[in-house]
Design a protein around this ligand. Structure first.
Ligand SMILES: *[C@@H]1O[C@H](CO)[C@@H](O)[C@H](O)[C@H]1NC(C)=O
Ligand SMILES: *[C@@H]1O[C@H](CO)[C@@H](O)[C@H](O)[C@H]1NC(C)=O
Ligand SMILES: *[C@@H]1O[C@H](CO)[C@@H](O)[C@H](O)[C@H]1NC(C)=O
Ligand SMILES: *[C@@H]1O[C@H](CO)[C@@H](O)[C@H](O)[C@H]1NC(C)=O
Ligand SMILES: *[C@@H]1O[C@H](CO)[C@@H](O)[C@H](O)[C@H]1NC(C)=O
Length: 308
């Protein structure tokens, strides 16, 4: 009677300790994806995540990521964290198979400083009136676009062919940079349509049907010490009041710099990894079947010894 009770008690205790739930692993309150696009520093979706400079620039509607500028919301196609570029798409612009009337594209002053259109992006102003500044005084703002001509653009695309006038001629076009649109709105430029293309290096000898339409922005990463935080397993964010950097180590812990070695080890032990860099190799997690077996034998021996 006494023996079986002790045994049951001991076994329940063993079972409980071996089944203890893994500690919650969720790192922080910051979402790290939106649809198929990964969200990392310096960007953030939730307030207090990423770098304060990029606050409120991205929004996510559960399936799609959007970039907010003074001229509208633009769908984010991709973010390349190595090249530090963001590709956005203006749903109101014309492309090879869709003709849409003029629509301004503008960035805020902060955005122009932080993430201007890259030198790999070009803006094509189409169906410009003969009085357009870019055909007269500011002719020099139009460039030779990877060897492509306006005629080629007008005639290869179903949409742009619609720009031919009743007399069968095309009005001039101009391949230019974002700064042209920044200083002269589409209204002043006097062109009725525009499109944007990126990946210029790959466009030589490629026809407009196969161009990549969109705007590539090139961003800078603020030097706030985020790398240090990330190296210790943290997620960078900022204090929404002071804008000071925060290193988020878990939903329970924020620091100002990094998550430290102890925290790193804790994270690793909580994870499935068997290589946490601790030299002794002691698992620190649930006991292996072998140790459990040993304990049972030991307990059994002790109990038996007590009885005898
Ligand atoms: C950590 O910082 C983030 C971002 O500012 C905040 O949302 C969160 O509540 C903070 N957590 C703690 C435990 O202070
Ligand atoms: C998000 O926005 C896109 C584009 O406007 C739309 O097609 C999609 O249905 C939206 N998703 C949700 C969940 O509202
Ligand atoms: C092209 O521009 C001319 C004026 O320069 C305008 O009359 C014409 O409607 C425009 N074409 C289209 C398709 O909008
Ligand atoms: C554009 O440049 C290419 C080679 O760089 C040249 O062959 C072509 O004539 C130029 N076109 C114009 C319109 O300047
Ligand atoms: C743990 O690791 C094993 C083998 O590496 C893997 O099969 C298993 O899916 C992992 N479990 C979890 C919860 O990550």
């Amino acid at each position: 009677m006494q023996l079986s009770f002790t045994l049951v008690l001991l076994f329940s205790l063993l079972l409980l300790t071996s089944l203890h739930p893994k500690q919650a692993q969720t790192l922080s309150t910051c979402r790290d994806t939106c649809g198929t696009v990964g969200i990392k520093y310096p960007f953030g979706l939730d307030d207090g995540c990423g770098a304060p400079e990029y606050r409120n620039m991205l929004t996510c509607n559960a399936t799609d990521l959007f970039f907010q500028t003074p001229s509208g919301l633009y769908r984010v196609r991709s973010i390349d964290y190595d090249k530090r570029t963001v590709v956005i798409f203006d749903p109101g612009m014309s492309t090879c198979n869709l003709l849409q009337p003029r629509h301004d594209f503008s960035l805020s002053d902060t955005q122009v400083l932080l993430l201007p259109p890259s030198s790999d992006s070009a803006f094509a102003l189409l169906n410009c009136s003969a009085d357009s500044p870019v055909l007269n005084r500011y002719k020099s703002l139009c460039s030779n676009f990877s060897g492509h001509s306006c005629d080629e653009l007008y005639t290869s695309c179903a949409a742009f062919r619609l720009l031919r006038s009743v007399t069968g001629v095309y009005q001039p076009c101009c391949f230019t940079e974002y700064s042209t649109l920044r200083y002269m709105s589409m209204n002043i430029l006097d062109c009725t349509h525009y499109t944007t293309v990126y990946g210029l290096d790959d466009l030589k000898g490629v026809g407009p049907v196969d161009w990549t339409y969109g705007i590539e922005l090139s961003y800078g990463v603020p030097d706030a010490g985020c790398e240090h935080c990330e190296r210790t397993g943290g997620t960078c964010g900022f204090n929404t009041e002071t804008q000071g950097m925060i290193c988020m180590c878990s939903s329970m812990m924020n620091t100002t710099r990094d998550c430290g070695k102890a925290y790193q080890l804790q994270q690793c032990l909580n994870s499935n990894s068997s290589d946490c860099g601790n030299p002794s190799g002691s698992e620190g997690r649930r006991p292996s079947p072998m140790t459990l077996f040993h304990v049972v034998i030991l307990v059994f021996g002790l109990v038996l010894g007590n009885i005898l």
